[in-house]
Design a binder for this molecule. Structure first.
Ligand SMILES: Cc1cc2nc3c(=O)[nH]c(=O)nc-3n(C[C@H](O)[C@H](O)[C@H](O)COP(=O)(O)OP(=O)(O)OC[C@H]3O[C@@H](n4cnc5c(N)ncnc54)[C@H](O)[C@@H]3O)c2cc1C
Length: 305
């Protein structure tokens, strides 16, 4: 189906995006178009105007400074997956970006569009929530920062106002001794996440320190699972501790589980602990390697695995 008619404008700066959004009530910004254009074609959205932000140079690029990785909103999934800075400081983000859709989607889709669209089956909201990222947003009044924990508010709902534009995503660089992993149970055709789990785990000697685990695809917005985090933090790492912590995810799933033609709510409930266990195991293994630099052979395995 063809998209409904719309007026088309192209912005060359963040200031101009703001001016165009104010001048055209109901307008939508167009980044990679890989979520917005399908919505228009399905007639699920009919904005009177699109403001193409694809050439705004100040929204592009990846930089590392002050203990964080700053990623411009227009940076594509492929650029994030290929970045040595992201691989080094936020490996779970690099892993997640590398398993989005297919090469065409990764070469056009942007991190800003992905988070603003806030599809529960997307990968980046989940991983950015676990990593404690924050979003730099240009608003009518200037700029504000929204932490990931307050940004995702429901099914395709965010804290963004009508005239707000995400300009960059700030991701804290992983501290020493932290392992990160992203585990995805993909839809076999679209590659969207039926379930996505992002985990960061710190290892302090023989004890697990801070743990952060976020879930995607299960409930309408990406969420942290405090029950899993508390169950593992402070424990000695072992296969039993991981399995016990993973099982605790059922405490946090509530009655709001997504069920659709791809996977019923019951199936998702049954698979959630499996995916959490895989993510925790991979993150802890990575933390163990980070903790034992001499053992960085590809065949090395921590004793508890
Ligand atoms: C076949 C297919 C498979 C896919 N598989 C996956 C997958 O496996 N995992 C996954 O995570 N995603 C997947 N996607 C979605 C893809 O990652 C999209 O690119 C992404 O969700 C949206 O980014 P975009 O740049 O294309 O945004 P657009 O489509 O241009 O915009 C999406 C929405 O965000 C708004 N927006 C865009 N940029 C900004 C900004 N800077 N500030 C404020 N609002 C903004 C737009 O107004 C619009 O409402 C898939 C898409 C397709 C078509």
């Amino acid at each position: 189906m063809y998209a409904p008619d719309f007026a088309y404008y192209r912005a060359d700066s963040v200031a101009e995006i703001g001016r165009l959004l104010r001048a055209h009530p109901g307008a939508k910004v167009l980044a990679g178009g890989h979520s917005l254009i399908p919505l228009l074609k399905l007639r699920l959205a009919a904005p009177p105007a699109l403001i193409d932000i694809g050439r705004v140079a100040e929204l592009k690029g990846i930089a590392v400074a002050d203990g964080r990785v700053r990623i411009g909103a227009l940076t594509t999934h492929a650029e994030i997956a290929a970045s040595s800075d992201v691989a080094r400081h936020a490996p779970a983000l690099a892993a997640a970006a590398g398993v989005i859709g297919d090469p065409a989607v990764r070469n056009r889709g942007t991190i800003g569009g992905n988070v603003a669209h806030a599809d529960p089956a997307s990968d980046l909201p989940t991983v950015l929530l676990a990593l404690g990222a924050s979003f730099a947003v240009a608003t009518d009044d200037g700029e504000r920062t929204i932490p990931a924990g307050k940004f995702f508010q429901g099914m395709m709902a965010t804290a963004l106002g009508d005239h707000d534009v995400v300009t960059a995503i700030d991701v804290p660089a992983a501290p020493g001794g932290q392992g990160q992993a992203y585990e995805k149970f993909s839809h076999p055709a679209s590659r969207y996440a039926v379930i996505g789990v992002a985990a960061t785990v710190e290892l302090r000697g023989e004890t697990v320190g801070n743990v952060a685990v976020a879930l995607g695809g299960l409930v309408p917005a990406a969420v942290r699972t405090g029950s899993v985090e508390q169950a593992l933090s402070g424990r000695a790492p072992s296969a039993e501790a991981i399995a016990g912590a993973a099982a605790a995810v059922s405490n946090d799933l509530g009655d709001d589980l997504i069920g659709d033609i791809y996977a019923s709510a019951e199936y998702r409930r049954a698979m959630a602990p499996v995916c959490v266990k895989r993510a925790l195991t991979a993150a802890l293994k990575q933390a163990s390697v980070a903790d034992a630099p001499a053992a960085r052979s590809p065949w090395w395995k921590p004793s508890w695995l």
